[in-house]
Design a binder for this molecule. Structure first.
Ligand code: WQD
Length: 351
């Protein structure tokens, strides 16, 4: 079995991707310092795949500690690099923390990839690299506008660092630009574990519905959209996870036409905030206690993916609907409430 290193393996998308990789025949190890994640999530992964996943509790900003993991694991065939801070608002308040962590860890993992001749590299990027695009539907060739936040800037710079590195190193790479990953694995053994008050829409909805938050606000209803609220391309985290397996197989089969290929990972459908709330209310049977509030600075009005390249190139066909996304997100929130001891014990002070 090809051995794959997943950085950020205890995170939301990382843990779901490990499940998909193992179910598709890969041997996986994780590097995650658990500074913003919870190693207990790998117990959930183990319940799904019936195999223990080794996590190296290492800070990727330490080159020596990262190097030691590669020394202990010769023959790694591919790296999927998720590990990064991702809170847009925090990045505005603490830009240097984001540049140091997100770019420092990326540079170290790429140095090790070169040192240990790892042939394939998949980078976790984001639709945020498009900034505030002139068109609502974006392709991989849509010109990038200035990033709306330091977080977005680390994704733009990260793509450039990967692209320029692999040109001269014989590594083949793929940049995966996620739109809005939401939902939880259908088994409800794993899901999203937001730290503190969630900034993202779906955990804000489910935490309000379960009573963890008193209410939530719709950030703006006066936009030029069909109901005045912002449009996004919500995509189930399991569809995102499977795209990583497809991306690795694409690279292992040497199908890549350039040293660094780019793919949008969105469903190609746009939904407004109010439509997502309506879908949640429909599948949960709960009337959500929300309020209409002012716009959130930095928000893009509307963006969703042209995903033809991922469909034809990777053979990726996202299969979950917005109702599926809301249903699994809600079931996960209910599970967190009933199994609080599992995650709160590990999460002390994290939320
Ligand atoms: C979606 C919509 C909000 C919360 C960001 C990053 C992206 C990725 C996902 C990391 C917006 C509205 C939200 C709330 C609301 N990050 N909203 N009330 O901003 O599209 O994307 O997070 O992987 O890279 O840019 O996601 O979920 O924060 O917001 O009305 O309580 O929901 O205004 O219109 P976003 P989001």
């Amino acid at each position: 079995m090809d051995k794959i290193l997943v950085t950020g393996g205890c995170g939301y998308i990382g843990s779901h991707t490990i499940v998909d990789l193992v179910q598709n025949g890969f041997d996986v190890i994780s590097i995650d310092n658990n500074g913003r994640s919870n190693e207990a999530i790998l117990d959930g992964v183990e319940k799904i795949v019936h195999r223990k996943i080794k996590n190296y509790k290492v800070d990727l900003c330490s080159y020596d500690d990262t190097y030691a993991v590669f020394q202990e694991n010769p023959g790694i065939k591919g790296i999927i690099h998720f590990a990064a801070y991702k809170a847009v608002g925090e990045s505005v308040e603490k830009p240097l923390l984001y540049f140091e962590n997100n770019l420092g860890s990326l540079i170290n993992i790429l140095k090790c990839a070169e040192e240990f001749n790892v042939p394939h590299f998949v980078f976790s990027s984001s639709c945020t690299v498009y900034g505030n695009p002139d068109t609502m539907v974006v392709t991989e060739e849509t010109p990038q506008k200035p990033a709306e936040s330091p977080y977005g800037a680390t994704k733009q710079m990260g793509e450039r660092i990967v692209n320029d590195t692999v040109k001269n190193s014989g590594i083949s790479a793929i940049l995966l630009r996620y739109f809005n990953p939401v939902g939880a694995h259908p088994s409800i053994h794993i899901g999203e574990l937001p730290i503190g008050r969630p900034a993202n829409l779906v955990p804000a909805i489910t935490q309000t519905a379960i009573g963890k938050l008193p209410t939530m606000h719709v950030h703006g209803t006066d936009y030029d959209t069909r109901d005045g609220s912002c449009v996004r391309d919500y995509v189930h985290v399991c569809d995102i996870a499977h795209a990583h397996t497809l991306a690795l197989n694409y690279l292992l089969a040497h199908k890549n036409e350039t040293p660094c290929d780019i793919f949008n990972l969105g469903t190609g459908n746009g939904n407004t905030v109010l439509e997502v709330i309506a879908a949640f209310e429909k599948v949960s049977g709960i009337k959500l206690n929300y309020q209409l509030g002012p716009r959130r600075p930095g928000d893009v009005v509307a963006i969703y993916a042209n995903n033809n390249k991922a469909k034809t190139g990777l053979g990726w066909n996202p299969k979950y609907s917005v109702d599926d996304m809301m249903d699994s997100a809600w079931k996960w929130e209910v599970k967190l409430k009933t199994d609080e001891n599992i995650f709160n014990r590990q999460n002390a002070g994290l939320n």
